[in-house]
Design a protein around this ligand. Structure first.
Ligand SMILES: [Zn+2]
Length: 62
């Protein structure tokens, strides 16, 4: 499973959306608009699939 991150528009820091998905499932998702609370600037940001970054938890630890 991978976690979805999106960049904060203000600080450029990655935000953990709290969503876990495998890459195959993510690829099948349609374009959508998500909202995530950003801990970096304490604001809610909107994000879309094309702004999302999948981070594989297993690969990250290696
Ligand atoms: Zn932010």
């Amino acid at each position: 499973m991978a976690k979805i991150f999106t960049d904060c528009l203000v600080t450029g820091q990655p935000i953990d959306t709290g969503i876990e998905v495998d890459e195959a499932s993510f690829g099948r998702l349609p374009l959508f608009l998500g909202r995530v609370f950003c801990a970096h600037c304490e604001t809610e940001h909107e994000w879309t699939k094309d702004k999302a970054k999948l981070v594989d938890a297993d690969k990250q630890q290696a």
